[in-house]
Design a protein around this ligand. Structure first.
Ligand code: COA
Length: 370
C-alpha cells in the first residue's frame, strides 16, 4: 500500500524541480546536462499546465522523486495516435529503494489508463519498466549513410539552410511528414533548441517552392535526421549536401511500412533494426480509433476478433470472431512487432489474417523524445 503523498508540480516549483532532476541524474553521469538545456520546450518557461505534467513526491518539504508524463498526438501517416511520453523518472539518491518510483509509475499508469489515450512511450531499461506494462516493441529501421553509399542526387535541386523561424517556407511541408508530432509552431521552435544547440533546417527546391525539408542535428562528426518530408529526390539532395559539407555520415530511423523515403534510406546505406523503445498499450479501443485509416486499409473483409488485455480492457476488430486475450506486455509486441502476430502468440488458423494487419507502424519522432 502506497503511503506517499503524490502531487502535481506547480509553476513555483520550477527551479526546485530542475535542481532535483539534475542531482538525481548526476548519479548516472557526472556530466549530465541540465534539464532546462535538454528540454527548453518544457522548462524555459513554467506554466501551471506544463509543470503539472510532473508528478512528484516530497520529503521534508523538498521534491525527492518525479515522473513526467507528457501527452502528445503523433501523426503516423493518415493515423492520429494519442500517446503519453514518460520521462524524468527519478528519485533522490539517499531515498532509493523505498518504493517512490513504483508509487509514481503506478499512479501515472492509472491516470493514463483513464485518459482515453491509446499508447505510452518510454525510453529506458526493459527489466525496470516491464513490471508496469511497458515492453520493447516496434518495427523500424535505421540507416547510416555516408558519401560512398549515397548515389549522386538528381540534377537541378538547390539546397539551402534556412532559419527555423522562417516557418512559412516549410511548415505545410513539415506537416505532411510520414510521422510527426502534431505541435503548434511555437512549441516546435522551442524544440529546435533542445540540447542547448539550435537544430539546422534545410530546404531543397527545384523550382519556386521547397520540394523537401529536413531537420538535422549534428552529433559526433555526423548528422541525425530528426524530421524530413517532401519529395524523396529532394531529401536525397539534402543528405548529399550534408555529406558534401564534411559530415562523416547521416543517420536516420524510419518506418519502412509507410515512409515514402524508406527505399532511398534503405538502398543508400548499411542498415539495422532501429533501437526499440518501450511501449505500453493503454486502451485498445482508443488505439484502434487512432489507427482507423490503417485498419480500414489492412483488415480483410468478413473477419473479426475481440482483442483483450488481461485486466486491461478489450476492443473489437472487424465483425464477430473469437476473443484473443493477451497480457499487456505481449500485446505491445503483438500490435507493434517487430515480429508478425503469429510469431508472438499461437494463433488458430481462423486468426492468421492478423498477420496482414499488424505490426502497426509507430515511431516517436526524435524531436518528441522525452
Ligand atoms: C530509477 C530510480 C528512479 C528508481 O527509484 P526508486 O524510488 O529507488 O525505485 P523503487 O524504490 O520504486 O524501486 C526500487 C527497485 O525495485 C524495482 N521494483 C519495484 N517494484 C518492483 C516489482 N514489483 N517487481 C520488480 N521490481 C520492482 C524497481 O524497478 C527498482 O529497481 P531499479 O532501480 O533497478 O529500477 C532511481 O534509481 C533514480 O533516480 N535513478 C537515476 C535516474 C534514472 O536512471 N532514471 C531512469 C531513467 S530511464
Amino acid at each position: 500500500m502506497n503511503t506517499f503523498l503524490l502531487e502535481d508540480a506547480r509553476a513555483a516549483d520550477r527551479a526546485e524541480l530542475l535542481e532535483f532532476l539534475h542531482s538525481a541524474f548526476k548519479t548516472n553521469d557526472a556530466n549530465h546536462p541540465r534539464f532546462e538545456a535538454i528540454y527548453p520546450d518544457f522548462f524555459f518557461t513554467a506554466t501551471e499546465e506544463t509543470m503539472a505534467r510532473h508528478r512528484v513526491i516530497r520529503h521534508e518539504g523538498r521534491i525527492c522523486a518525479c515522473v513526467g508524463w507528457y501527452p502528445m498526438r503523433v501523426r503516423v501517416g493518415e493515423n492520429n495516435v494519442d500517446v503519453f511520453g514518460i520521462g524524468q523518472v527519478s528519485c533522490d539518491p539517499a531515498l532509493r529503494g523505498g518504493g517512490r518510483m513504483t508509487a509514481l509509475l503506478d499512479d501515472v499508469c492509472a491516470k493514463m489508463d483513464a485518459s482515453g489515450a491509446g499508447l505510452s512511450w518510454l525510453g529506458g531499461r526493459r527489466d525496470r519498466y516491464a513490471h508496469f506494462g511497458w515492453d520493447l516493441a516496434g518495427a523500424n529501421l535505421m540507416s547510416g549513410m555516408d558519401a560512398r553509399s549515397v548515389a549522386k542526387p538528381e540534377p537541378g535541386w538547390r539546397v539551402e539552410q534556412t532559419d527555423p523561424a522562417q516557418l512559412a517556407r516549410f511548415w505545410p511541408l513539415r506537416n505532411r511528414a510520414a510521422i510527426s508530432e502534431d505541435v503548434p509552431p511555437e512549441t516546435w521552435l522551442a524544440r529546435m533548441m533542445r540540447g542547448g544547440k539550435l537544430h539546422r533546417v534545410f530546404l531543397a527546391s527545384r523550382g519556386k517552392d521547397a520540394g523537401a525539408f529536413c531537420v538535422a542535428q549534428a552529433a559526433g562528426g555526423g548528422d541525425s535526421l530528426m524530421e524530413w518530408a517532401g519529395e524523396t529526390a529532394g531529401i536525397h539532395a539534402i543528405v548529399s549536401h550534408l555529406l558534401a559539407s564534411g559530415q562523416k555520415g547521416v543517420n536516420v530511423a524510419y518506418s519502412p511500412a509507410l515512409d515514402p523515403a524508406a527505399q532511398f534510406f534503405w538502398n543508400s546505406a548499411g542498415w539495422s533494426s532501429a533501437p526499440m523503445s518501450n511501449l505500453r498499450v493503454l486502451n485498445l479501443g482508443a488505439l484502434f480509433k487512432g489507427y482507423a485509416p490503417w485498419l480500414a486499409e489492412h483488415l480483410p473483409p468478413g473477419v473479426g476478433v475481440n482483442l483483450s488485455i488481461r485486466d486491461g480492457g478489450s476492443a473489437q476488430l472487424g465483425n464477430g470472431g473469437p476473443t484473443l486475450e493477451l497480457d499487456r506486455l505481449t500485446m505491445a509486441r503483438f500490435l507493434f512487432g517487430p515480429s508478425k502476430p503469429s510469431v508472438v502468440a499461437a494463433l488458430p488458423s481462423e486468426l492468421r489474417w492478423l498477420d496482414q494487419v499488424f505490426p502497426l507502424p509507430f515511431l516517436l519522432p526524435p524531436l518528441s523524445s522525452v
